[in-house]
Design a protein. Structure first.
Length: 166
């Protein structure tokens, strides 16, 4: 397993990974078929990440195949530039193998060098594996967003979680 920063050449495989995650799990934001990003847009997005000082996507590769990612998206303004909002996705067949921990470890090393002080994320309250991973990585629950998502016709609550980097 290899963890590294995303590169523009990863654009087609990254789109494919995200579309597969949309199909595999109800824990991602988009429903299957809702993701419409094309290759040109994805390359432009990746370049904007590479140009930004406080945003990055880390990818997990297994035998030249992308199997997971962790995006850290930094604030745009002086008052929130020290924050990064996180999004993670790992293919189902690769969960429980330490990939999430490895992605978080790599991202935190980068975040400290990038001047990120606060990491934050949201997670569906019934995503037991996700909540467990985030707590293991030092995140705490700061609050609950009631009925924040509508999944398969049902309202779902989310935890707001954060971690302060020293």
């Amino acid at each position: 397993m290899r963890i590294r920063q995303i590169a523009k050449r990863d654009a087609p495989n990254y789109i494919a990974l995200c579309k597969k995650l949309d199909q595999e799990t109800k824990f991602m934001m988009l429903d299957p078929g809702e993701r419409t990003t094309n290759l040109k847009e994805q390359k432009r997005f990746i370049q904007s990440l590479l140009d930004a000082r406080n945003s990055m996507v880390f990818i997990a590769e297994h035998e030249d195949r992308l199997v997971g990612y962790l995006g850290a998206y930094g604030g745009e303004f002086r008052r929130n530039r020290h924050n990064a909002y996180l999004v993670i996705g790992i293919l189902q067949q690769f969960t429980g193998k330490g990939i999430g921990t490895a992605l978080f470890t790599e991202m935190e090393n980068w975040a400290k060098q990038a001047g990120i002080h606060r990491l934050e994320l949201t997670v569906m309250t019934h995503n037991i594996a996700g909540v467990s991973l985030y707590k293991k990585m030092g995140f705490t629950i700061e609050g609950i967003a009631k009925h924040s998502l509508l999944v398969d016709g049902n309202y779902v609550d989310e935890y707001y979680m954060a971690k302060i980097l020293s």
